[in-house]
Design a protein around this ligand. Sequence first.
Ligand code: SF4
Ligand code: SF4
Length: 348
Amino acid sequence: MSDLLPLDLTLLNGFEYACRPDCGLCCYAEPRAEPAERARLLQIAPRVEFARRGGSTFLRARPDGGACQFLAANRCGAWSARPGPCRQFPVTVHVGDRLQASLVLSCPGIDLACLAVVSPWEERAAPRGFAAEVRTAMGRITPAVARTVDEARRRRRRLRSALTETGQWADEEEVRAELRASLPFPTAADFPVPEPPAVGEGIAQLPLFFDGRPGPVALAEGRDGWAFLEVRPGGGAEPLAEVPPADQLPELTVEGRRLLQGYLRYFLERDALFGTVVAELEPGEERTVTDEMRSELRAIGALVLARAETLRRALRGASGPLTGADVVGGIRACDQDLLDRPTWGDRL
Ligand code: SF4
Ligand code: SF4
């Protein structure tokens, strides 16, 4: 455990993980690289390129949404020198008024079967396969992270005071208790969901997921619906298929429903969700924090179902109610995107 701040690991319980060496999905990214990490990378690749943004330095991706410079045949060419974010993935840490670890469920190395289990996360078995990733995350808790926590706490206090004055505020645990007891679930009114960005906005903006092909697939807004693109590590993408968007609530098998409920229960426990919802809520609106959390969870569920349905029709040519495997596909195609939204804190 970090000497500076404790890291809450509850949301890792019950999960098992083993990286899939043929995947490379998490390498379509620009990981942050600290000075000592940059020095190690320069030792093995003197011409490696970095990018500066917002006071931090990142390993620059190849142009047009391509993968990291070190990705070759879906393997890392700098394994021993890869920076902290690569060593920590798929563990993600929300830096809010506390440090809370959760998992990027887009990673196909994580078995999602435990989402269907209903017992509280605290009571589940210890996670398996994440020891090195958790150690890395703990090692990245520096004094700068502690300062970000202080800033997030100040922001939370300001928002709490403004929203209390207008009668919109409720504390995290109060909201969670209410929504655990009556879990929001998408309905017909939540469809259709917004389409993903268009290809013209850049492949880096598009949802990426792993579908068992070499490298990831991107989802984009096409001319007649949702387009699937095979992403090339060097940049650019080839069209795979295009289908009209799912414009009504798809049917679910019992297993599919259980998995989606489990995913929504998981999301409800993430500090990132509360941080995103509250940061977006304007004082004086008629909606309360609880209303907003409820509609956000329904929207997340609808997005998973829409992507699961579209993915199944476009890439698997299947029909009928969405199965557990279909819902897993939808979750993987959404989770990274949903975690990327701004909150009142930051991410490690
Ligand atoms: S996304 Fe997960 S399975 Fe794929 S390479 Fe990254 S860690 Fe491994
Ligand atoms: S350094 Fe290696 S692990 Fe990290 S993004 Fe690049 S290829 Fe992937």
